[in-house]
Every structure is written in C-alpha cells, then in structure tokens.
Design a protein around this ligand. Sequence first.
Ligand code: ADP
Length: 462
Amino acid sequence: MNLVFCASEVFPFAKTGGLADVTGALPLALERSGQEVAIVMPFYQCVQEGKFDLGRTAEGINYAVIGKNIKVYFAANDAYFKREWLYGTTHGDFGDNLDRFAYFCQKALEIIKAAGFRPDIIHCHDWQTGLIPAYLKIRSATDPFYKHTRSLITIHNLGYQGLFEKGQFWMTGLKPEYFNQEGFEFYNKINLLKGGIAFSDIINTVSPTYSREIQTKELGFGLEGVLRKRQRDVFGILNGLDYSIWDPAKDGLISARYSLADLNGKAKDKKALQEICRFPVNENIPVLGVVSRLAEQKGLELLTASLERICKNNLQLVILGTGDLKYHKLLQRIAAKFPKNFALFLKFDETLAHQVYAGCDIFLMPSQYEPCGLGQMIGLKYGSLPLVFKTGGLADTVDSNNGFVFKKYSSQELLETIGQALKLFAQKDKWRFLQKNAMRADFSWETSAKRYIELYEKAKKS
Ligand code: ADP
C-alpha cells in the first residue's frame, strides 16, 4: 500500500510530545513490513537550522529521507512556520494557528500530488490535520489522483481539539455549510478534531481502552456523542516502544546494563540513582520513580495531595519532570520537608530519565487519564514495576502480574496500593517473579504496525 502520514510533528525533525515519537517510528515499522510510506510535515525553523540532510524536488519542495526510502516532505511557508516554537509560546497558542494549519492541510495534498505518490491512505494525526479528511472528500469527487484515497485519523489525546472562533471559518476555505453540527461546529466554535472525526473513513486512538473511554461522558471531552455515532469505525491500537532506545541491555546512558537473563546490573543502577539523589545507599529501601510532564492529566493533583503521606513511609522517591508552575512550587515545598527521601529534579533530562527508569524499583504513574503512555512501558522493560491508575493505555499494559493497579481515583487507594507494593518488595522471590514478567512484555512497533495495516485495509474497503 501507498501510505502518507500528515502530522504537525515528526521525530527527529520536530517534537513536543509523544505524537512525534509515533509519527517518527510507525512509518519505519510499516516500511519494514513492506509498505511504501511518505510523510508531510511543516517546514519549521528547527528543520531549517542545518541539522538535517535535505534534498529538493524538481518542484522546489524540501525533503529528507528516513528509514530506507521514506521521503519526509516539508510544507514551507516561513511566515507561518519559521518560528522558534511549534504551536505557541509560554504565553499561549499562536493567534493564527487556524490559518497556519489550514494552510498546511491544503499544501499537504498538493505536495503529495506533485510528488506523484498516489496514496491508498492518508493517515492524519490530531487536530492540526483535522481538515485533511474534508479536503480529501471534496477533492476525490473531481480529482482522479485522489479518487481512491481513504483517510484515517489518529487521536493521540482528545484533550486537545483545535478550537477557534466561528468568524474565522472562512480561513479553512470550506463552504459555510461545513460549519454545522455534522461537521466542524462545536458549541458555536470551530473544532478541527471534530471535523477530522466526521470526515475520516476510520478513526483510531492509541490504546483499546482509551478508544472506549473517549465514547463516555467522563473522558469524551464533549465529543463522546460524535464518536459514539461513528463507533463502528472507532478502533484502538497501542503505541509501540522503540527498543533501540529503551532497553537496559543496550542502554548507554545507565551505569550498568542488565537483562531478563541477568538482573545484577540493576542493583548498580539503583545505587547510582541513590547517589545522584543524595539518598542513603541501601538496596533494601524501595526507590519510587516518576518521570513525567507535571500536568493535571498525569495525576499531579492526586500525587501532590498524597505526597507527604507517601514520604512518611520507609521509601525513597525521585521525581523528574517539568510542567505547570503550580506543581513546581508545590513539589518544591514538599521536597524541602523531606530532604532525606524525596529528590526533585525540575527539568527535562534524557540521561537522568534513563537513570531513573533503571534505578528505581517502582515506577509511579497515577495519570488521571492516559491515551497510551510510554513511561509505564519503559518501566516494564527496565524491571521497574509500574504502579498506575486503571485507565486508558495503563489499563491495557499493567496488571497484577507485572505491576500494581489502583481502581478508584483517590489518595487512599493510591496510598494503599503503594503500601501493597512496599510489602511485596520485602518478599524478594515474589518481587523477582513480577520483575521478570514485566521485562518479558513486548510492545514493539512491529506488532502495532500489523494492526495499523489491518485498519488501512478496512479503510480501503470503506
Ligand atoms: P506524554 O506524551 O503524555 O507526556 P508519555 O508517557 O506518553 O506521556 O511519554 C512521555 C515521554 O517523555 C517518556 O519517554 C518520558 O520518559 C519522557 N519525559 C517526560 N518528562 C521528562 C523529563 N522531565 N525528562 C526526560 N524525559 C521526560
């Protein structure tokens, strides 16, 4: 099949979150399984800075190549994309985001056609590409090039929908009748994700559980009705984990390497982490680790409310994260009270992240909702048993055979579950058994790619 990915960020060219990891890794796995893939993304400043080897097509379109032969085409418009940031600054979103991404969506279809890469499927990602399915439907009626092209949109996080004032609808270039309840209208505003859902042939999210949760009032962010209407076309496919980066047997960023067959190195990594955190070095004290955006979605309300009580246990806790200033302050205040067993690192630090994953015993991830989540998958691979709330991708990857799950979102449940984990930690044989189960889990992209191919086939038949 000919597959085109359209996305607002793709690793390694531009990244603000997990979306870039998916759009950077899934095409490679699809290519390995024999598919032809191309990608279109905006020509941001960070792509233009000379870090990447760029070519130019006869039509003057810049491109890079990843994998064996995946062309990544860059939609250029310096006024829109040559900025320091992708979507906005710390003061808020850019005021012209509708204009910027409507331009991108139009341009993407032109670039694909100019490249002569006739797609079976255009795979869209999140609200930034939400206009493409509608543009495609209109085009395929008159343009033979797109006559047989179908679309799939992946929702990476329903919390972000691309909302704009209705007075700006003209910027989309769509006729006013597209601004209605069946299309882009959402409580008198433009909702790009909603339009993407309405006009895509297939819709999916990044875990099976989340695909069901988004059809409920609790986690549907107001789009549950729209999704339920399309429920026969809504699927969930778990993201993969890039084991070339996340594998304790090959990880160059940690003190000692280890594997399922030989776990000895993990004790050295724990000691190294205790030293980094200036904790007493003691293998019998359980170390809990958090590596996370500090945001409400990631469970920071619950965590900060429970933290003092957590720290009163015989354990050591390390938190690495950045995010909302509110949580920075709250965590700093608590860290000052527990200098001996709570270490706080308010930064983004790839190396330290690897050291936390390898050195901790329990990886704490109490997300309030979680479309898929990478942290818990990394924790599993590193034999650091995840302790999670039963939601979304966490529910699909962690259970009592490889970690700890709490089912009611309350401080009490969180504390009780930590208590159970601490008890089990003292029983070395049982702990080792769970660790081995955890390390056996396989979330490779190959598995996810297979599922995506099934969805593409389904879309082709629609
Ligand atoms: P999300 O994409 O919603 O933030 P995920 O769990 O899917 O959450 O992925 C988060 C990724 O970002 C993980 O690889 C995690 O290790 C990494 N990460 C988060 N915060 C930090 C940080 N402060 N320093 C280094 N890596 C981080």
